[in-house]
Design a protein around this ligand. Structure first.
Ligand code: MEZ
Length: 544
C-alpha cells in the first residue's frame, strides 16, 4: 500500500503522462556515459574493492566480499577423507542444478555417458528461475547473429571475448528452436511467430519472453526433460572442493550432504562447474535479485584449484530493483517493462535518461539522479528511488497490456495493495549478475584439463556489462557445449590417483600471506545473514 505522501507524488506522474507520450530522453554520448559510470557506478567505488593477495589472480582487484571468500580457508581442512572410497563414480559430474547444469546434463547424456548432477538446494533452485524478461536470439528477418554480436560487444564495452560471443550469437536461434521443441511456451503473435521485445542496448527486438517468468518456464522444461530421461540428480549436496588427479586434471568433487552433514566423494572423468553467481554476497551493501544459493561457490572452488578468473571486479547492477515496499526490496522488476516502453522518471515526473541505455549506464544515471541531483522519490526509511511509469504501457499498447504481459509482476505488487497497471512503481539499482568468472574457451573448457564450466561462474562471454537476455542464452549455449565436450572428453580419460593437494597448497599460500587466521570457511553455501558481530575482516551485510 502506498503511503499518503507517495500517493501525493504520484499525482504529478499522472498529470504529465499524456504529455510525455511518444517522448524519449535523448541517448547519451560516449563521453557522457563514461562520465556517469566513473562517478556513479558501484564498480568505480574504490572502497568496495581490494587486491587479491593469493592465488592465480594475485595482484588483481576484486570486490572485498568476494576476495574474502576466495582467500578463506577450506571447509574440509580438518576433515579426514578417503578419496579412493567413492560414493559416486561417473563419466561426467555436473556441479549446479540451474539452466547451465540442466542443459549440460541433457547434452552429456545424449552422448551416452554416465552423467550425474549435484546441486546445493533443490534441482532448479537457481538464478535461472528468477529470470523474467527473456532470452536473446536473432530470429527476426531484420536481425542476424552478426548484429547480435555487435550489440553484445558494444554493450560489453568491447571487453567480451570475441570467440565466445561469436558462438553465443551464432548458436542463439538454434537454442530457441531447441527450447520450443522441448516445450517452452514463448510469447507469440496471433499467427504463431515469435514476439521478441527490445532490451537496453539492443538495436533489434531480440529478447524472447515467456510473459515475465521466462526463466521459470525454461527451467520447468529443462528439469522435466532431465527427470524424464532418467539422469541422476542429487539434491541438497553442494560440492565444496574439486578433486584433481596427480597430474592436476579435474577428477571429481567432495560433496557435503546438507541433511546428514557428511562428506561424500564423487569420482568423475570430467567435471562441469555450473554453480552460478555471487549476488548474495551483497557487494557494498546492495540488495539483490539473486536466489539464496548465489554465494560464489564455483569461483571459490575453481580458484583453489588454480583456474584463472576474469573480470571478477565487474558486477551488474540491474537498474530496476524494487525499492518499495520493503518486503520486496531488491527483487527484480523486469527490463521487459522498459523494453515495451515504460519510462523512468524523477520525483518531478521528468524524463532524465533514455529508458533503454545499457544497464550499467542506466543504473549509474539512477544513482546520480538520487544522490547528486537529489531528485529521487522518497520512500519511508530514508531512501529515494526512481519512478517506473508502468501504467504508460496500457496507454501505449492498449488496456490490459500490463496484465497480459506481466502477470507475475502484477501479482507480486498486488500482494501489497499496489496495482501496477494504474500506479507507477519505485525502483533503484540492485545486484543482478556477476559479469566475471572462470576463463573458458568456445568448447566451455577452463585452463584446468577435464574441467569445463558454463553460465554465471564463467567470465568473458558478457565482458564488463551484460545485455538483457544474454545470460539465459549464455547458460544454454555454453551449458550445451560443456555437456557435449565434457562427455566426448570423458571417453578418452584414464583416471589416475585423486588428490586434494591443491587445497593444501592453497592453504599454505594463505598461511604465508598471513591470511589463514580467518574463522569463516568457504564456500559459504548460504548467505551469512546474522546480527552477531562478524569476525575481523569479514564482509558485513548491511543493506544500503
Ligand atoms: O537477462 C536478464 O537479466 C533479464 C532479461 C532480466 C530482466 O530484466 O528481466
Amino acid at each position: 500500500m502506498y503511503t499518503p505522501e507517495i500517493r501525493n507524488l504520484i499525482k504529478k506522474v499522472e498529470e504529465t503522462r499524456l504529455s510525455r507520450l511518444g517522448k524519449e530522453f535523448r541517448r547519451m554520448t560516449a563521453d557522457e556515459k563514461q562520465d556517469v559510470l566513473e562517478r556513479f557506478h558501484p564498480d568505480h567505488v574504490k572502497e568496495g574493492f581490494t587486491t587479491l593477495e593469493a592465488g592465480v589472480n594475485k595482484g588483481e582487484r576484486a570486490p572485498k566480499e568476494l576476495a574474502f571468500l576466495l582467500q578463506a580457508k577450506s571447509r574440509i581442512r580438518d576433515a579426514s577423507l578417503n578419496l579412493n572410497e567413492f560414493d559416486y563414480d561417473v563419466d561426467v559430474l555436473i556441479i549446479g542444478g540451474g539452466g547451465a547444469g540442466a542443459s549440460a546434463a541433457l547434452m552429456a547424456h545424449e552422448q551416452g555417458v554416465k552423467t550425474l548432477v549435484v546441486t546445493k538446494l533443490r534441482f532448479g533452485d537457481s538464478n535461472t528461475v528468477m529470470a523474467q524478461g527473456g532470452i536473446q536470439a536473432a530470429t527476426l528477418p531484420s536481425d542476424s547473429p552478426a548484429i547480435h554480436y555487435l550489440d553484445t560487444i558494444g554493450g560489453g564495452h568491447y571487453t567480451n571475448t570475441p570467440e565466445l560471443i561469436y558462438n553465443l550469437a551464432l548458436d542463439a536461434p538454434k537454442v530457441i528452436k531447441w527450447l520450443a521443441q522441448l516445450g517452452v511456451m514463448f510469447d507469440r503473435e496471433h499467427d504463431g511467430t515469435l514476439k521478441p521485445v527490445h532490451g537496453g542496448g539492443t538495436s533489434r527486438r531480440r529478447m524472447h519472453p515467456a510473459r515475465d517468468y521466462s526463466g521459470a518456464e525454461i527451467m520447468r522444461v529443462l528439469r522435466d526433460e532431465v527427470r524424464s530421461r532418467g539422469i541422476e540428480v542429487v539434491e541438497f549436496s553442494p560440492a565444496v572442493e574439486l578433486i584433481l588427479d596427480e597430474d592436476g586434471k579435474a577428477a571429481g568433487a567432495v560433496l557435503y550432504n546438507l541433511e546428514t552433514g557428511k562428506y561424500l566423494i564423487a569420482r568423475a572423468k570430467t567435471v562441469i562447474l555450473a554453480a552460478g553467481g555471487s549476488g548474495r554476497l551483497h557487494y557494498q551493501g546492495f540488495p539483490t535479485t539473486n536466489h539464496n544459493g548465489a554465494t560464489a561457490d564455483g569461483l571459490v572452488m575453481a580458484y583453489r584449484a588454480g583456474a584463472k578468473l576474469k573480470f571478477v571486479d565487474s558486477v551488474q547492477y540491474h537498474p530496476t530493483g524494487a525499492l518499495f515496499p520493503p518486503q520486496i526490496l531488491g527483487l527484480l522488476v523486469t527490463e521487459k517493462l522498459r523494453g515495451m516502453g515504460a519510462t523512468p522518471l524523477n520525483v518531478q515526473a521528468e524524463l532524465f535518461v533514455h529508458h533503454l541505455e545499457t544497464r550499467d549506464v542506466e543504473a549509474a544515471a539512477f544513482i546520480r539522479e538520487c544522490r547528486e541531483k537529489k531528485l529521487g522519490v522518497p520512500v519511508p526509511g530514508g531512501m529515494a528511488g526512481i519512478w517506473l511509469d508502468t501504467p504508460l504501457l496500457d496507454v501505449i499498447h492498449g488496456q490490459g497490456t500490463v496484465e497480459k504481459n506481466f502477470p507475475a509482476m502484477v501479482r507480486q505488487y498486488s500482494r501489497f495493495g499496489i496495482n501496477i497497471s494504474r500506479d507507477p512503481i519505485i525502483v533503484y539499482p540492485t545486484i543482478h549478475y556477476q559479469n566475471g568468472g572462470m576463463e573458458i574457451n568456445a568448447d566451455s573448457m577452463t585452463g584446468i584439463e577435464n574441467l569445463f564450466a558454463a553460465g554465471e561462474n564463467t567470465g568473458g562471454v558478457q565482458g564488463r556489462n551484460r545485455l538483457a537476455g544474454n545470460s539465459l542464452l549464455d547458460i544454454l549455449v555454453f551449458g550445451r557445449r560443456a555437456g557435449i565436450n565434457a562427455a566426448l572428453k570423458s571417453k578418452e580419460v584414464k583416471l589416475k590417483q585423486p588428490t586434494l593437494d591443491h587445497v593444501a597448497a592453497f592453504q599454505r599460500e594463505l598461511r604465508e600471506q598471513g591470511l589463514d587466521s580467518r574463522e569463516i570457511a568457504a564456500p559459504i553455501l548460504l548467505p551469512h545473514y546474522t546480527h552477531k558481530p562478524e569476525p575481523a575482516n569479514s564482509p558485513e551485510h548491511k543493506i544500503f
